[in-house]
Design a protein around this ligand. Structure first.
Ligand SMILES: C[S@@+](CC[C@H](N)C(=O)[O-])C[C@H]1O[C@@H](n2cnc3c(N)ncnc32)[C@H](O)[C@@H]1O
Length: 263
């Protein structure tokens, strides 16, 4: 099947995540996989919300540091506020390239094309496992100036890239194309806080979806050569929260998060 075709019979990561966030762009197969995951990890919805909230805070942080270009790979089904809405509040001239490989995201991409008149948003239907298809996409080349720093956002997407597809080389390749002063924003599922996330991984595999959760060291490896932004490697809810999260969240949000700068 062509990657731009929708198959409602197969669960897909974007639509399962949409289901957890309370969206309506999902099918029976997605809801079944989402519910099975929730049975083995009762806090998947909390995790999804905390992850989304980290994405917005981290993007806003980069905008606050003067970043005006954003490359968001694994965008997900539009869910307001979207990344461009967060960063264009800081500066309406911000330019955002969204990338995803889910046909449902493609079908709803118009909801992402709501840029301010001074800025720009565009969408590329591509697979992160083929980073050159992203870096050479005409939409990207027309939107981002390679001489200016860019925030590369890989939020909850690299755990869908299994080792056989060289995830570290992909991130290295994407970062190599970006100007000094660029940022990497990332979250990733981990088995480090309890057995639940490994169970979710199993449900994903049984439902026909990819998945490879990673340990702290394996997550840190994505940031090799970059300069951490405080509080460095942490969990999404602990990364510069607006209010201090209760400790009981710690073993529930089984994700790592981090932001780092390319020198
Ligand atoms: C869990 S959602 C995260 C959405 C958004 N980044 C967020 O954190 O709110 C993961 C997204 O990554 C996309 N995705 C998964 N594998 C991908 C791949 N190989 N290439 C591009 N996108 C991918 C899915 O379609 C989905 O939209």
């Amino acid at each position: 099947m062509d990657s731009s075709e929708l198959d409602p019979q197969l669960a897909h990561t974007a639509r399962v995540y949409d289901y957890w966030l309370g969206g309506h762009d999902n099918y029976e197969a997605d809801r079944r996989a989402g519910e099975r995951s929730e049975q083995v990890h009762p806090y998947v919805r909390v995790t999804a919300r905390q992850n989304r909230s980290f994405m917005l805070r981290a993007a806003e942080f980069c905008a606050g540091q003067g970043i005006r270009q954003f490359l968001d790979i694994g965008t997900g089904i539009p869910t307001e506020p979207n990344l461009h809405q967060a960063v264009q509040k800081v500066d309406p001239t911000s330019r955002v390239v969204y990338v995803d490989n889910d046909p449902m995201v493609l079908a709803h991409a118009r909801a992402l094309m709501t840029s301010t008149p001074q800025g720009c948003t565009t969408y590329v239907h591509a697979d992160v496992r083929n980073p050159d298809s992203i870096l050479t996409a005409p939409e990207l080349l027309e939107t981002l100036d390679p001489t200016l720093p860019t925030a590369l956002s890989l939020i909850a997407v690299m755990h869908f890239v299994e080792d056989e597809h060289s995830p570290y080389e992909i991130v290295e390749h994407l970062l190599a194309a970006l100007a000094p002063g660029s940022y990497l924003l990332m979250t990733h599922a981990t088995p480090d806080f309890g057995p639940e996330m490994a169970e979710v991984e199993r449900v994903y595999h049984e439902s026909g979806m990819p998945g490879q959760i990673r340990t702290r060291d394996q997550f840190a490896r994505f940031f090799t050569g970059l300069e951490w932004v405080a509080p460095a490697l942490t969990t999404p809810h602990k990364w510069r929260p607006a209010i201090t999260p209760p400790n009981r969240m710690d073993n529930k949000v089984q994700f790592y998060a981090g932001v780092a700068r390319k020198m």
